[in-house]
Every structure is written in structure tokens, then in C-alpha cells.
Design a protein around this ligand. Structure first.
Ligand SMILES: O=C(O)c1ccc(O)c(O)c1
Length: 266
């Protein structure tokens, strides 16, 4: 498996410094948080996109994906949601990134079936744009659909290979789902896996990998046993927890922890 980290862990850090961290600590790729407060987002000009892509190429570090904020199951018109996804897809294409992350974001006060049908319709439409650009849209296990069982109620009806799943191990654990059950649900759809660690369900402040309660060993075991050979991406939620220790000082030990889990699972 290949290893990446998300720039959610290094808010606002310029791309050359992100690449220097990836190189220094042995990560193969980076997931870019595609938000206007970050250096890479859909507002970049063609020249800025070309410069960013060239920076990645010069280091050999891959852009794993763009973490966008489109909410595919949210109430409202389809057009703005589709426009947001298309902007992310174009940016991913220009940067050579294979994946774009979207959130579910259903309104809990609305009938579940209605939100899921809405999400499936939008993803099915956006899948055609994704196919034309050679990018895959991944629905993250998050908010209204935090388990694999939840996510496949949307992904199953879409049934398009340009639309898949992003397994965030914290949200599936918070949803009470065992890693083997998440894997069984998501396997036909799985794009990649976000790993992280936290102290408890009540305290989700990010911790160094391996020092919290999340079932990282079980997740890596199930992926390895089934011969899955994709990406593990460390998503350290520093942006939302200012008091958390800075990620750069943790990246080396985090990579070693993941390498150890992978070695022991092999
Ligand atoms: O991109 C984000 O902001 C974000 C926040 C929380 C998460 O659990 C996550 O996977 C992503």
C-alpha cells in the first residue's frame, strides 16, 4: 500500500513545504484540502495549476486526491452541487489527481430515502464528467452517512465505476461498525482509506497514529488479508483542533507506525 497525508493537518502551508515534508518523511502522496483558505483550490488560474502540477512532478510526490466540500445529499437544487463537483474534477484533472472527495451532508430532518435518491442522482450525473476527465468521485463515510452500510445505500444505486467510497476509519468506528463489516460493504467501491487516531468517542482531538482508540490494526489487517493494495492517507484534523500538536513533528513516527502495521499484517 502507498502512504499519504492530508493538508488538513498543515493548514495554509505552501505546496513546496508540504512536498518537503512528504519527501523528508517517506510519504508517496498528499491529499490536498481544496478549500479557498488553502493554497490549492478551484479558484486557481491555469498558470497556477500548471505550476502546482510541476512542483509535484519535480519531487515525484503524487497528488492522491482533492478533499472537497460538496454535500451530495444536501437539500436544494442540483445545479450548484454539480457545479461544485465539476470545478473539483477539473482541478483534479489539471493536477493529475485520481480522486475527488465529497461529503454526504443529508438533512437529518428529511426522509432518508429522499436524500439518498438525490445524492445518487447527482453522483450519477457527475460520474459522466468524472469519466470524461479521468477522475473518480469518492463519497466519504462522514456526517449523515458515516458507516459503510450507510454509504452503499447511495453508492449501490449509482452503480458507476467513476463513483466510489472513501473510508474514514474514525467515522465508521464512531458509527459502531466493525472494520471487517465496513470492508465487506465498501470493497466493490473502495477508492482509498483515511486513517487517524483519537482519544475516545467524546474527545476526537487528533492524536499521533497508534496512541488512540481507533482500530487501525484491524483496518490494515482486513485490507491486507483481502489483498487490497491502495492508499492509506493520514488525515490529522489540525485545522479543526488548533491546540493539537503540530503534524510535521509527528509524520515520521506516523509513517513508521503504518509501515509496522503493514509489515505485521503481511
Ligand atoms: O475536510 C474536513 O474538513 C474534514 C473534517 C472532518 C473529517 O472527519 C474529515 O474526514 C474531513
Amino acid at each position: 500500500m502507498k502512504l499519504a497525508f492530508s493538508t488538513l493537518g498543515v493548514p495554509g502551508l505552501p505546496v513546496p513545504e508540504v512536498l518537503a515534508l512528504a519527501t523528508a518523511h517517506g510519504y508517496h502522496g498528499v491529499e490536498l484540502r481544496a478549500h479557498p483558505e488553502e493554497p490549492v483550490h478551484p479558484g486557481l488560474t491555469p498558470a497556477e495549476r500548471a505550476d502546482t502540477a510541476a512542483l509535484f512532478r519535480s519531487t515525484g510526490i503524487e497528488v492522491l486526491g482533492l478533499a472537497g466540500y460538496a454535500r451530495v445529499a444536501a437539500p436544494g437544487e442540483d445545479a450548484p452541487v454539480l457545479a461544485e463537483i465539476r470545478d473539483l474534477l477539473r482541478l483534479a484533472h489539471d493536477l493529475g489527481a485520481p480522486f475527488v472527495r465529497v461529503f454526504p451532508g443529508a438533512d437529518p430532518d428529511r426522509p432518508r430515502e429522499e436524500s439518498e435518491a438525490l445524492a445518487a442522482r447527482r453522483l450519477g450525473t457527475a460520474a459522466e464528467d468524472a469519466a470524461a476527465l479521468g477522475v473518480r468521485i469518492l463519497l466519504e463515510t462522514h456526517d449523515s452517512h458515516r458507516t459503510g452500510a450507510d454509504a452503499i445505500r447511495i453508492l449501490g444505486p449509482v452503480g458507476h465505476r467513476q463513483v466510489g467510497a472513501l473510508w474514514d476509519v474514525m467515522h465508521t468506528w464512531l458509527g459502531g461498525e466493525q472494520p471487517s463489516d465496513t470492508y465487506a460493504a465498501l470493497a466493490p467501491h473502495l477508492g482509498y482509506v483515511q486513517v487517524k487516531d483519537i482519544a475516545s468517542a467524546e474527545d476526537t482531538t487528533p492524536l499521533p497514529l497508534g496512541t488512540g482508540v481507533l482500530p487501525l490494526t484491524e483496518c490494515v489487517d482486513v485490507l491486507s488479508r483481502r489483498g487490497w493494495d491502495g492508499w492509506l492517507c493520514w488525515e490529522y484534523e489540525k485545522r479543526w483542533y488548533e491546540a493539537a500538536a503540530p503534524l510535521p513533528g509527528l509524520l515520521g513516527a506516523g509513517r513508521e507506525h503504518l509501515a509496522r502495521l503493514l509489515g505485521e499484517a503481511a
